[in-house]
Design a protein. Structure first.
Lengths: 673, 325
């Protein structure tokens, strides 16, 4: 979770401090996790040792005592002495500074060189950039040890050569990471916008690119420091690093190794030090990466995705929850939903983006669900299909599909029932197919799984179903991969997949939103003809009132997780009684809209599910709202003819058909802050 | 005076052997103070044309002229500014909206003036100037799109290109942005190229309409005329596809198998545009339906029709030419 999104009108003036503290909070929350706290503590200890150990114990470590040469552990020398009788514990402690210091210097070289190389493509432009990228690509493949040996030859065996070697050996991978991250940011629209606004390349890099890739880079540098520490110990151990009389852990390890059978402590102590320090760096990097790395860059996307999981004041939860009438349906309903709710556990108590939704769908009936984004319409569909994942919790008084309770009972029976009699079509047909498998096989799999068909018969049926959804050259296309299908064709194939069984209900969640208008019409026509041919019921979820009005018999209008009106689609434009429905219909620009008047809009913004008001959720945006609306949530009531509406002022100002439901004040400055 | 003219503009991606021509010889004029709507399906090249106009994509042929002078993309704010489709990615999440807008204010402005300019622009797009310290994450989609508009205006552009600026927004919010665009356009008189796939939206905003298909402009004329009397079959197809909230539309699947095949045809692949008229594999008045119209498969249509419709069989055809002129 990133900055406080969507809820911030009182935060206006304090926006900056809020954000700063949010960033700080994120770092603090990293330290609060067990791994983060442990790693942080360990790292702090190692760094403190690096600073203070030489000041405190250098003399002890350098005292030569020929009386006690190469001794084992004793009360006087806890891990023994070396060949000059120097205390090994003190030597290990004192060596911390050199070991850590060299590792940090090497990391610094790697980071600086890496940053320069990694951002060069942005600064140099196309041709120069390509050259640098190619160079880095070659360098990444170059083995680090070879580089170290090479530098050892150039600078002579010793610290300088080793530091440079490890620094330069680490640079290419860091450059590569920077390049990848920077290229990802540079492709984004805000960078393009800045370029159009005349922002130069350097400024672009410093102000737009680096701040947005900073956190993952810091995390990687931390982990890189751990790696550098290990490599350095390795080089010293091989005799390519620190030379006597200086000593670091690798050097001590090498000295101790000769006597490992006599007194192993001498080799173990520096070994343990290397492991501990390496762990401290790596774990800290990992903990930070887990805590902030994933949520860093993009508040935009994160906000939309996490909006429904925001917090809720606990007292609202079970307040004023009207038991609603599910409405009438002739014969036995295909789907019977009563008082369906979906809750997520927020930090301050449960959040309920779907609150007490009730409706029935009859055989062959087409029901549309409309509402703004965040109204809970998609979540309702997912809950019906039992696709709400933990930690989401679905509750309902009744959730019956074809007379079978799908809320309780085992998963297997549901899977069978849902697999054969239920079809789901999602918004993005690209992500709903597995890109690595042929379309035909993916369709056939359904029949193999649920109807026990053989591979061959299932594939034949898949081809037949593709033909049924009017995929041209179905035989050939069944052998193609999803990426070879256009968006509209993929959506057809998706519908075809639903038709592999004998569906009684198709749930389509925004099936045409990602498609062009001409293709949209084709898919809608297809849904209509499938429905007519096999008497399949349809639940069509869309933000577009026009689409729903065109395809469906009945429309459910959702607002803030609740059905606020249920009416025949034919009456959408003329007979809507809820002010929200009227406003929703009025805001769709059609080909007859008056060009001389401003477009009607719905003022304000949708309710944050985390902060549901006690009264009618639409009241703050409603031109008809009265004191009662603010205090009491109206129940969804049936007027006897199957139409349901939840509004204290249902049907008022019906005469004003020109801009139904939208007050004139709201026309221009809709959501002015 | 600021007239943006695309003159025989082509944009090609990729190399010679495996590339695609996203924009193919497009000539289009955005007259001074006018709003030209550009419609077409995805892959038709409308966004590429927009990116070319602001210098984000290099041209491979033709030129873009601003007031008869070739457009140069030198340092400093460019005279052609663009508003992007997705307000969630077009603002830097790490920058306050005030800073984002200020960045586009021409250089050499003192910082105090910059601040008043930012406040003025926020005021102009109907946002509270005190919100300039807010981060994009704290704003709704509609508000972000206003900020994006303010940023475009900050550069004092002569032409604004709006690329699908409402399609990422909820319908209920869309109206506020469109109303704002209309008001600003009326007040400031900025020329504008307004790209959208929604004909109803274009009709509301634009005075002229240009229809693009597979990298070419296939029809262009005054909005009211094009919508009332479309000449190119593709334009008619687009118009027929606009969802109407009046229910009970008869099923479009025609009894004639040829027409049904056309109605179910896939959009063409921009990587391999068909020869002749590019619309012929989907055309309801083309060779698929009328067997004698082989010319569509072989010959590219001229544009000497009403609305410059690029069709051999534009219905009103040449007979109406006199009225058009």
């Amino acid at each position: 979770m990133t900055t406080a999104p969507m809820t911030s009108s009182p935060l206006v003036a304090t926006a900056e401090p809020v954000r700063r503290s949010a960033a700080r909070g994120r770092w603090l929350s990293v330290l609060r996790t067990p791994v983060g706290a442990g790693a942080g503590l360990l790292l702090a200890l190692v760094l403190l040792l690096a600073v203070f150990a030489p000041l405190l114990w250098r003399d002890d470590a350098d005292t030569i005592d020929t009386e006690s040469v190469l001794q084992g552990a004793s009360g006087q020398h806890w891990v023994g002495t070396d060949n000059l009788g120097r205390d090994l514990l003190f030597r290990v402690l004192v060596a911390t500074r050199l070991s850590i210091g060299l590792a940090l210097v090497a990391t610094l070289i790697a980071v600086v060189v890496g940053l320069v190389l990694g951002t060069a493509p942005l600064l140099l432009g196309r041709r120069g950039g390509r050259l640098v990228t190619a160079g880095v690509n070659i360098a990444v493949a170059f083995p680090g040890l070879l580089l170290a040996l090479f530098f050892a030859v150039v600078f002579g065996v010793g610290m300088t050569g080793a530091v440079l070697a490890i620094g330069f050996a680490g640079a290419p991978s860091f450059a590569r990471l920077t390049q990848t991250l920077a290229a990802g940011i540079a492709d984004r629209d805000f960078v393009a916008a800045a370029r159009i606004a005349g922002v130069g390349r350097t400024r672009l890099l410093l102000r737009h690119v680096l701040p947005n890739i900073g956190e993952p880079l810091v995390v990687n540098a931390t982990i890189g420091a751990g790696g550098a520490l290990l490599s350095f110990a390795g080089l010293s151990f091989l005799g390519l690093g620190v030379q006597a009389p200086s000593y670091d852990w690798g050097r001590l390890l090498q000295d101790g190794l000769s006597g490992i059978y006599i007194h192993p402590e001498a080799a173990l102590a520096p070994g343990v030090a290397i492991v501990v320090a390496g762990l401290a760096f790596n774990l800290f990097g990992e903990a930070v990466a887990k805590g902030i790395g994933l949520t860093t860059t993009l508040s935009g996307t994160a906000t939309t995705a996490s909006r429904r999981r925001e917090t809720v004041p606990a007292e609202v939860v079970d307040d004023g929850r009207p038991v609603t009438d599910p409405g009438l349906v002739q014969g036995r309903p295909v789907l019977d939903v009563q008082d369906l709710s979906v809750a997520f556990q927020g930090p301050d108590g449960p959040v309920r983006p779907v609150r007490g939704v009730s409706f029935r769908i009859g055989r062959g009936e087409a029901v549309g669900v409309v509402g703004e984004s965040g109204s809970g319409k998609s979540l309702t569909a997912l809950a019906i299909a039992r696709l709400v994942e933990r930690p989401g919790e679905v509750t309902a008084e009744r959730l019956e599909f074809m007379g079978t309770d799908v809320l309780s009972g085992t998963d297997r029976t549901h899977r069978r029932l849902l697999g054969t009699a239920f079809a789901m079509v999602f918004q993005d047909p690209m992500t709903s197919f597995n890109p690595t498998r042929r379309i035909g096989r993916q369709l056939a799999e359904v029949a193999e799984q649920h109807q026990g068909m053989s591979r061959k018969i299932a594939l034949a049926r898949a081809v037949d179903r593709l033909r049924a959804v009017r995929v041209p050259a179905a035989e050939r296309r069944a052998h193609q991969y999803p990426h070879e299908f256009s968006g509209g064709m993929r959506q057809r194939a998706m519908i075809g997949m639903g038709l592999m069984g004998e569906p009684k209900l198709i749930v389509a969640d925004e099936p045409t939103t990602a498609l062009d208008v001409t293709v949209q019409r084709q898919v809608l026509d297809l849904l209509a003809s499938v429905r007519a041919a096999d008497d399949v019921a349809l639940l069509l979820i869309s933000h577009d009132v026009a689409v729903v009005g065109q395809v469906c018999d009945r429309v459910l209008v959702m607002y803030a997780g609740r059905v606020v009106e249920d009416l025949p689609a034919a009456e959408l434009t003329t007979g809507a009684r809820h002010p929200y429905t009227r406003a929703l219909v009025a805001t769709v620009p059609d080909m007859h809209i008056d060009l001389d008047r401003p477009l009607p809009v719905i003022p304000g913004r949708p309710v944050d599910p985390a902060h549901q008001p006690p009264g009618c959720a639409y009241a703050p945006r409603c031109p008809l709202a009265s004191a009662r609306c603010v205090e009491e949530d109206p129940a969804l009531v049936d007027d006897g003819s199957g139409r349901r509406v939840a509004c204290w002022h249902a049907g008022e100002i019906a005469a004003d058909l020109e801009v139904p439901g939208a007050a004139p004040v709201a026309l221009i400055s809709g959501e002015r802050a | 005076m600021s007239e943006l003219r695309f003159s025989d503009v082509s944009v090609r991606y990729g190399n010679r052997r495996r590339g695609m021509t996203a924009v193919d010889g497009v000539s289009l004029t955005v007259p001074d103070g006018a709003v030209v709507g550009l419609v077409g399906e995805s892959g038709s090249g409308k966004s590429t044309l927009a990116r070319a106009a602001v210098g984000l994509t290099p041209l491979s042929g033709g030129e873009i002229l601003l007031d008869d002078r070739p457009l140069r993309h030198t340092a400093g704010p460019r005279p052609v500014q663009m508003v992007f489709q997705d307000p969630y990615s077009s603002l830097d999440p790490r920058m306050t909206i005030g800073d984002s807008i200020a960045e586009a204010v021409p250089r050499g402005t003192r910082s105090a003036d910059r601040r008043t300019e930012v406040a003025r622009l926020l005021e102009l797009v109907e946002l509270d100037p005190s919100r300039s310290v807010a981060y994009p994450g704290q704003l709704s989609g509609g508000q972000r799109q206003r900020v994006a508009l303010a940023r475009a205006l900050a550069a004092r552009p002569e032409v604004i290109i709006a690329d699908e600026i409402t399609s990422a927004l909820d319908v209920s919010i869309q109206g506020t942005v469109l109303n704002l665009v209309r008001r600003l356009q009326a007040e400031l008189g900025t020329s504008m190229l307004f790209i959208s796939h929604n004909l109803a939206v274009v009709r509301y905003v634009a005075s002229e309409i240009a229809v693009m298909y597979l990298g070419r402009i296939v029809e262009h004329g005054p909005t009211a005329e094009v919508l009332a009397d479309p000449q190119h079959p593709y334009t008619r197809d687009l118009l027929a596809a606009v969802p109407d909230s009046t229910p009970g539309r008869p099923a479009a699947v025609a009894a004639d198998p040829a027409l049904a095949a056309v109605a179910a045809a896939e959009p063409a692949d921009p990587h391999a545009p068909p020869p002749g008229c590019r619309y012929h594999p989907r055309c309801p008045i083309g060779p698929l339906v009328h067997a004698d119209r082989e010319i569509c498969r072989t010959t590219e249509p001229g544009t000497d029709h009403r609305h410059a419709a690029a069709c051999h069989f534009a219905p009103a055809g040449r007979s109406l030419l006199t009225i058009a002129d």
